[in-house]
Design a binder for this molecule. Sequence first.
Ligand code: SAM
Length: 276
Amino acid sequence: MAANSSPRGPILSIKPFLKWAGGKRWLVDRPEFKIPQYSGKYIEPFVGGGAVFFSHAPTQGIISDANSRLIDTYIAIKNDWRAVVANLEEHQKLHSKDYYYEMRSSKFEELHLRASQFLYLNRACWNGLYRENLRGEFNVPIGTKSKIVMDDDNFEYVSKVLQKTQILNEDFSVAISHATEGDLIFVDPPYTVAHNFNGFIKYNQNIFSWNDQIRLRDCLVDAKQRGARIMLTNASHDSIRELYSQLSSPIEITRASVIAGSSKNRVKTSELLYVV
Ligand SMILES: C[S@@+](CC[C@H](N)C(=O)[O-])C[C@H]1O[C@@H](n2cnc3c(N)ncnc32)[C@H](O)[C@@H]1O
């Protein structure tokens, strides 16, 4: 990423430590991707695995997500990364098929134990997928990877980046409402479109409806009027172009992506990037 005068600490950027559906690690490495200049705080209302947040490592920021287990994990690492890592090392020692399913159904009270459970399941589960059943229980089967503690883990550094960050477990509208003049909002919602008839879109509609997309656009228009800058990614689809037509024109970014976890199923997909 090119250097710019936006507020970042004297710290190096790091890659995300979670595997996350829709993660934007690939985007950070693209030449089209440049964090626009801003003078205030950095706000990411759909932080997920935080690929952009951790690569940018802002000195002052707000991250937020609707997933409370994810957000608790960030809070635990911010508060006491050593306790989280010590317990993750225990999971590594005990890892097996039976242990995975035992951990998947276990409930812990203490924050650091819940965080290391979340990290363990994220690293040991099928394809790093996050999915819950109707009772709100994580229900992804075991995957093929058995490395739980990674050589390039640096939770001390993650914790340092999080020290100057406010961490919220809220709907996107709350995080965006904090944006004022000079701030930058990086927006990466679940992708849904107004009209398309394949299963993927239908599945995602339960998570993020077309009404949510309209609500998001309206929050962003308000934030822009308050003087914030916005960087937004979304699906390359006519309904999205139409939704944001008053705001600006997007750049289309094409990439090879893997469908259903197999490199045999490599297809070209496009996404839209707006910088306002
Ligand atoms: C595409 S992912 C973000 C990926 C992230 N940019 C990354 O690099 O990992 C979208 C995120 O939006 C969150 N989300 C879904 N609905 C939300 C809502 N109404 N408000 C806030 N977050 C929401 C999901 O939990 C998910 O983490």
